[in-house]
Design a binder for this molecule. Structure first.
Ligand code: PMP
Length: 363
């Protein structure tokens, strides 16, 4: 046995994560560049202060008040009659999806996605001893529905994991893709990961709208992106109550601290303000797509708060060049592509200036 006695599947694996480098312009982890207001921060602090006086006790294991607030929020964004029984919350949507695989994956079962996609998915599978299978997206990063249906029927996955919009490409799924997947999956669970759902363009419906039609549909959301609350670690899902009950079987007792619950509930009360910058970020994103195309680059259509662009023969050199100009983006996605998160107008200006300089230096 090796030392330390890691199981074989983990040997040589690095911990997941983008480099955390302290540079002036950080456009690498799809955060919201606008922080909470002073009023919101005060409300969070007040709620956490009240919770602090009770920290000798374990928190509400079921996080009921928070789940009620989240259900109400979702009902204003495509959810229909959702209650706390339909909603589950955890420490980021990463934990939500790991819990889903712990409940529905496992030895002898398979999870399926379509690459390129979020690179944490195979890790949830690895960590829950679930077999991982990946189909392919088209060259424009969309899903060929016939090929995807055939893949689902062939693989018979216990869990299908698909982000909409997709990370790192920004591609949203059309509603017919979601219904097709739910039907093809039979008793398998279809998780539509809407971490970036609030950034979708006009006319793109949320998968939440289809929950009444499909008992095997799970919609995952997070407060990390549009909600500008990545530091609080709060993810959640909406699904049929029996799915929520299944996830409750695998959650650790008191997984969501009283501090987290208090902070998230307070932030929810400020939802309109926290989400207020989403419209600006969408405009800035569309502007960024147009600008990158004007530079002669290939750019993926984006419904998210980031843009995938390329292609570069040496993308690492471009990434490094930008870093030298104080701009941190993400080296991810298919070979030759880079991903930039949408920042403030000033940050985007610095990104554009740096990219022009780096591309000129490379000539
Ligand atoms: N899903 C997708 C597609 C993501 O890109 C991310 C964050 N990068 C997550 C889920 C997880 O986010 P969090 O745990 O902060 O909710």
């Amino acid at each position: 046995m090796p030392w330390p006695p890691l199981r074989d599947a983990l040997i040589g694996d690095e911990p997941y994560g983008a480099p955390q480098i302290d540079v002036p312009v950080q456009l690498n982890t799809n955060e919201n560049p606008y922080g909470p207001s002073q009023a919101c921060a005060d409300d969070i602090a007040e709620s956490v202060r009240a919770a602090a006086l009770t920290l000798n006790r374990y928190p509400d294991r079921e996080a009921t008040a928070l789940r009620e607030g989240l259900a109400e929020y979702l009902n204003a964004d495509g959810g229909q009659g959702l209650t706390s029984a339909n909603v589950w919350a955890a420490n980021g949507s990463n934990e939500i999806m790991l819990q889903l695989l712990q409940a529905f994956g496992g030895p002898g079962r398979t999870a399926l996605s379509f690459a390129p996609t979020y690179s944490m998915y195979p890790e949830y599978a690895r960590d829950s001893l679930t077999e991982w299978v990946s189909g392919k997206r088209e060259t424009d990063f969309s899903l060929d529905l016939d090929a995807a249906r055939a893949k689902v029927l062939e693989v018979q996955p216990a869990v299908v994991l698909l982000p909409s919009p997709n990370n790192p490409t920004g591609t949203a799924l059309p509603p017919e893709a979601i219904s097709m997947l739910c039907e093809a999956a039979g008793n398998g669970v279809v998780v539509i990961d809407e971490a970036y759902g609030e950034f979708r363009r006009e006319g793109v419906p949320s998968a939440l709208e289809q929950l009444p039609q499909h008992r095997n549909l799970v919609v995952s959301r997070t407060m990390s992106k549009a909600f500008a609350l990545a530091g609080a670690r709060l993810g959640y899902l909406a699904a049929a109550p029996e799915i929520v009950d299944a996830v409750r079987v695998v959650r650790l007792p008191y997984h969501l601290s009283a501090v987290t619950q208090a902070a998230a509930s307070a932030a929810l009360r400020h939802a309109p303000e926290l989400l207020g910058k989403v419209a600006d970020l969408r405009v800035e994103r569309d502007e960024c797509v147009t600008w990158l195309r004007e530079q002669g680059l290939q750019v993926a259509e984006s419904d998210a708060n980031f843009v995938l662009f390329g292609t570069f023969t040496d993308r690492h050199a471009v990434w490094e060049g930008l870093l030298k100009h104080g701009v941190l983006i993400r080296e991810t996605g298919p070979d030759g592509w880079l991903r930039v998160s949408i920042g403030t107008p000033d940050e985007m200006k610095q990104f554009k200036n740096a990219l022009v300089a780096v591309m000129e230096e490379a000539r």
